[in-house]
Ligand binder design. Structure first.
Ligand SMILES: Nc1nc2c(c(=O)[nH]1)N[C@H]1C(S)=C(S)[C@@H](COP(=O)(O)OP(=O)(O)OC[C@H]3O[C@@H](n4cnc5c(=O)[nH]c(N)nc54)[C@H](O)[C@@H]3O)O[C@H]1N2
Ligand SMILES: Nc1nc2c(c(=O)[nH]1)N[C@H]1C(S)=C(S)[C@@H](COP(=O)(O)OP(=O)(O)OC[C@H]3O[C@@H](n4cnc5c(=O)[nH]c(N)nc54)[C@H](O)[C@@H]3O)O[C@H]1N2
Ligand code: SF4
Ligand SMILES: [Mo]
Length: 692
């Protein structure tokens, strides 16, 4: 059991969609007011460190822009004209419209749409209970993890990895395609310990010299979408120079000889021509790894957000296998631990009411779906009712011009349950005010570490805000949806779920603050075998076995790790490649409403190399227009040398009206579903660039 906190400091967990899932200590000033937030020093992963944006969370909770009352649209869609109404009226109107739509088109015409604005299991996933009880259209969640998880599962067969608390025991820490300083700061806490105590170098692989690269000892700057080539070039050298662990491979991999033969033509020169990293740097990185097989690969999401992302992630995740890194404490890899927890979510999600015959619509294709694309609608009825919680698709979803057209449809009835007036809430017919994490009870599970944490209600919400669970339950009652959990409190659901999952009780968790679910070393390091019947890592995966809805021609996916040339390449008209990497002071589109984050991020910008800028006649601070077949975005130039030629980076997702013409960065991203199981290729974009 952990020591009790000082008075006024209460235990909580960060609810945001961040791999760190920090254990928090929140200062409670009175029943309605919170103060500072700190990281829990006693939690072995958080270790007292959290990001600056959550440390100042009071700014978000006590924000004058919070939504506090239900509202009805009075002006045209998107006009922002609303009038306050009562909860009863808001819920009655919603139920009336949804029931009428269901009578006309069938239940699949309603699409509950959600994502991970809160990672609390009850508040995030409870919407699925309403969905299943009503047989509303299902959601295939592709916007974040589909590409990378497919790549990991293809090789490992299980979504777990090495304990990140082993990083300090590592001889080399590789941060591949994750801007950890910005997106999951705790990784750095542990990585820096390895550097201090063992002289372990930190290696960063990214497309620009970001905050993490700037702290790294070895920087590998790649062109976007070419990580498969870099990984293969490195593995070629490992085999060629006898640095591959052949004894380990014979025991733990499916076809090391076939893979070695395949790599024979993947020389550092071949890789360099594709990824832009000089061949000499590829060779020395390979030798560094070969001399330090106790290497920890923290494999991020960023480099998988390309049309070849699943194959690239599989290729990178093959590296610690070739090195035999998994055999060592402090070695191996972590992408996500989300397969570790063994939850029984029947009650939360109403899985006992699920009808597998109901159509599943691709979250990332919300634009095509709302504009009536028959393929995207799986040849079913149009979507005429949307109920949205925890996500802001008008800003974050790809192919924004199409998304906007969809939301503008007069015959679409949209209900958005939100904390603040987002671009999506502005398109709603009814807006409902939501609680924030300190105002409701929930339980959280980490992705980038191994704890289950409790986030209890600490203060009263402002105005008439209600939690997701309360709103889902109130709607269920009016819609005739039946399930025992609609009549339970969030606390009862948490207690029941913990028990059903073999994780104790709510009372116990309340006392202990968190549960460390780390698997034993042998299992976490796959020393008892990878997640396939023969226990072997797959260099040659069977993509048909990877869970998810198939998309694209799977038979065209390369047999072995490789550079798969299906990215959106630059061409004569669009000579630049763009990535839309995350901003330090925002979290996706969250925190774009907090004053300090806004001041720190200043305004939407695009990073351009000085020589590229000079060629275009662009100077620091100039307005530039980025164009591609999907649309046009105008923002300001920032000259930045740490990029490969003809690569530009637009950090952060601002609200759409922060851009000169009101078109946000996702106007440029594509919503086509990459093979093998879909996903969103947010960093795989060709653009034309001009001054003005
Ligand atoms: N401050 C902050 N924190 C966040 C978020 C945020 O928006 N802001 N978002 C949260 C969410 S939802 C998630 S899923 C995680 C994601 O966190 P990460 O795993 O870090 O993934 P990304 O944010 O997509 O991108 C990480 C890095 O990948 C780089 N990248 C892009 N394309 C390529 C490529 O082709 N190759 C290589 N090697 N690198 C590439 C980007 O430039 C960026 O620096 O972070 C979470 N944490
Ligand atoms: N260009 C570009 N686009 C991207 C990305 C990128 O790297 N580049 N990253 C993508 C990724 S990885 C992701 S995960 C998505 C994320 O995109 P979103 O899922 O839309 O995440 P956020 O922008 O943080 O928006 C979450 C919303 O949920 C609301 N919210 C939070 N808690 C609650 C709650 O308890 N109840 C209710 N009702 N609402 C709540 C917040 O106020 C916020 O407006 O964006 C994707 N979009
Ligand atoms: S680092 Fe991530 S989990 Fe930790 S407080 Fe910040 S947003 Fe939350
Ligand atoms: Mo994400």
């Amino acid at each position: 059991m952990n020591a009790p906190l000082r008075p006024k400091l209460r235990a909580s967990a960060c609810p945001h969609d961040c791999p760190s899932t920090c254990a928090l200590e929140v200062e409670v000033l009175d029943d309605h007011t919170m103060g500072r937030v700190r990281g829990a020093a006693a939690n072995s992963y958080t270790a007292g460190v959290i990001c600056a944006k959550v440390a100042r969370y009071a700014e978000r909770v006590h924000n004058p822009n919070r939504l506090t009352h239900p509202m009805l649209r009075t002006g045209p869609k998107g006009s922002g004209q609303f009038t306050p109404i009562s909860w009863d009226e808001a819920l009655d109107r919603t139920a009336e419209r949804f029931l009428a739509a269901e009578r006309e088109h069938g239940a699949e015409t309603i699409w509950p749409y959600f994502y991970a604005g809160t990672m609390g299991l009850v508040m995030r996933d409870g919407i699925n209970r309403l969905r299943h009880a009503k047989r509303y259209s299902d959601q295939y969640s592709t916007i974040c993890t589909a590409l990378s998880w497919a790549g990991w599962l293809a090789g490992h067969g299980r979504m777990t990895g090495a304990d990140p608390r082993e990083i300090p025991e590592s001889d080399c820490v590789v941060l591949w395609g994750t801007n950890a300083v910005v997106t999951q700061v705790n990784v750095m806490t542990h990585a820096v310990k390895a550097r201090k105590s063992r002289g372990a170098p930190i290696v960063a692989v990214d497309v620009y010299d970001n905050a993490t690269m700037q702290q790294a000892d070895v920087k590998l700057l790649v062109r976007p979408g070419t990580d498969g080539a870099l990984a293969c070039g490195v593995m070629h050298v490992l085999f060629r120079e006898g640095l591959a662990d052949r004894a380990y491979l014979d025991r733990y991999a499916d076809d090391p000889a076939g893979f070695e033969a395949h790599l024979r033509t993947r020389t550092p020169e071949w890789a360099s021509a594709i990824c832009g990293v000089p061949a000499a740097e590829i060779e020395s990185f390979a030798r560094l790894l070969g001399s330090r097989p106790r290497a920890f690969f923290r494999i991020g999401y960023g480099f998988a957000r390309s049309r070849n992302g699943a194959v690239a992630l599989h290729a990178v995740s093959a590296l610690p296998v070739v090195l035999g890194s998994w055999q060592h404490r402090g070695g191996g890899a972590l992408h996500s631990n989300s397969g570790m927890f063994g939850w029984n979510k029947t009650l939360i999600e109403g899985l006992d009411r699920r009808d597998a015959g109901v159509r599943k619509l691709d979250q990332s294709q919300i634009g095509a779906i709302l504009t009536g694309d028959p393929e995207a609608l799986r040849h079913g009825p149009p979507v005429t009712g949307l109920f949205i919680q925890n996500t802001n698709p008008m800003t974050v979803a790809p192919d924004q011009a199409v998304v906007r057209r969809g939301f503008s449809r007069e015959d679409l009835f949209t209900v958005v349950h939100e904390q603040v007036m987002t671009d999506t809430a502005r398109m709603a017919d009814i807006v409902l005010p939501a609680t924030m994490f300190v105002e409701h009870d929930d339980v959280y599970q980490a992705g980038g570490q191994q704890h289950i944490l409790l986030g209890p209600k600490l203060i009263e919400p402002p105005g008439e805000c209600r939690s997701n669970h309360d709103v889902v339950s109130a709607l269920a009652q009016r819609l005739g949806a039946e399930h025992p959990a609609f009549a339970m409190t969030a606390r009862e659901i948490i207690d029941h779920t913990l028990r059903a999952s073999g994780r104790g009780t709510l009372a116990q968790l309340e006392q202990d603050r968190w549960i460390d679910c780390q698997q034993p070393f042998e299992k976490a390091h796959y020393l008892d075998g990878f997640g396939f019947p023969d226990g072997k890592f797959r260099f040659r995966p069977d993509w048909d076995q990877v869970p998810g809805v198939p998309s694209g021609p799977r038979d065209e996916v390369p047999a072995f790790p490789d550079h798969w040339a299906v990215t959106e390449e630059a061409d004569a008209v669009h000579p630049f490649r763009l990535t839309t990497s995350p901003a330090r002071n925002f979290l996706n589109s969250s925190f774009t409403e907090t004053p300090t984050s806004l001041v720190k991020e200043e305004r939407p910008t695009v990073l351009i190399r000085p020589d590229d800028a000079a060629e275009l006649g662009v100077a620091e601070g100039d307005l530039v227009t980025l164009t591609n077949p999907r649309g046009e975005v105008r923002l300001h130039a920032k000259l930045f040398a740490g990029l490969r030629p003809k690569v530009v980076v637009a950090e952060s997702i601002w609200p759409n009206d922060s851009y000169i013409d009101g078109c946000g960065i996702n106007t440029l991203t594509g919503a086509d579903a990459p093979a093998p199981v879909g996903g969103a290729a947010f960093h795989d974009i060709k653009v034309h660039l001009r001054r003005g």
